[in-house]
Ligand binder design. Structure first.
Ligand code: ACO
Length: 157
């Protein structure tokens, strides 16, 4: 359906709902890392009717800073604006909670994601060289590039 985006509801994951690990793993290949940050985070889902098509995880880094820890959309629904909608919702939630800065981290090889985040007003504020080669046991490839550095982007709210 072409106007799908107008029917997407972003809402908190309910306590009785299963954690959408399949989606979370699209954004972060380490289940161990996910299980480490999930308990201290807020999880939102992008739902269409009964179907969960996207996930958004927000974690407080300090009293003023919140991080988008994980954002993912079901592959069959990429490119339909759901990712953009979730980022805008993350900004709205962060503003309502009076955070001053929102951050998001990705890999140097994640060209599409880097484009999306900058399009939504994030700027590159830090780079951690060798993060993906040192922290992950298996090499990660995207777009034919090996992920090496972690790129951190921030936006003032
Ligand atoms: N490759 C190429 N282009 C991309 C990509 C990508 N991986 N992701 C987004 N874009 C572009 C789209 O082409 C689109 O461009 P346009 O505005 O010129 O049309 C724009 O970004 C916005 O796209 P949306 O449709 O709003 O985004 P989508 O619903 O596809 O969701 C997301 C983007 C969440 C990154 C999705 O591609 C995804 O789930 N990817 C796999 C998981 C992932 O990489 N998550 C982010 C990891 S970092 C983290 O979680 C902190």
């Amino acid at each position: 359906m072409s106007d799908l985006i107008h029917h997407i509801l972003i809402r908190p994951l309910e306590a009785a709902e299963p954690v959408p690990y399949g989606l979370l793993l699209l954004a972060d290949p380490s289940e161990e890392q996910i299980d480490r940050y999930l308990p201290g985070s807020e999880v939102y889902v992008a739902a269409w009717k009964e179907q969960v098509l996207g996930v958004l995880v927000l974690s407080e880094l300090s009293a003023h800073v919140v991080e988008i820890k994980n954002i993912a959309v079901e592959e069959a629904y990429h490119g339909k604006g759901i990712g953009t909608l979730m980022i805008r919702e993350a900004l709205a939630i962060a503003r309502r909670r009076h955070y001053q800065i929102i951050t998001i981290a990705t890999a140097d090889s994640s060209t599409g994601q880097l484009y999306l985040y900058q399009k939504e007003g994030f700027e590159i504020t830090n780079i951690k060289p060798g993060f993906f080669t040192e922290q992950y046991s298996q090499p990660i490839y995207e777009n034919g590039l090996r992920a090496k550095d972690q790129v951190i982007l921030s936006k003032r709210l």
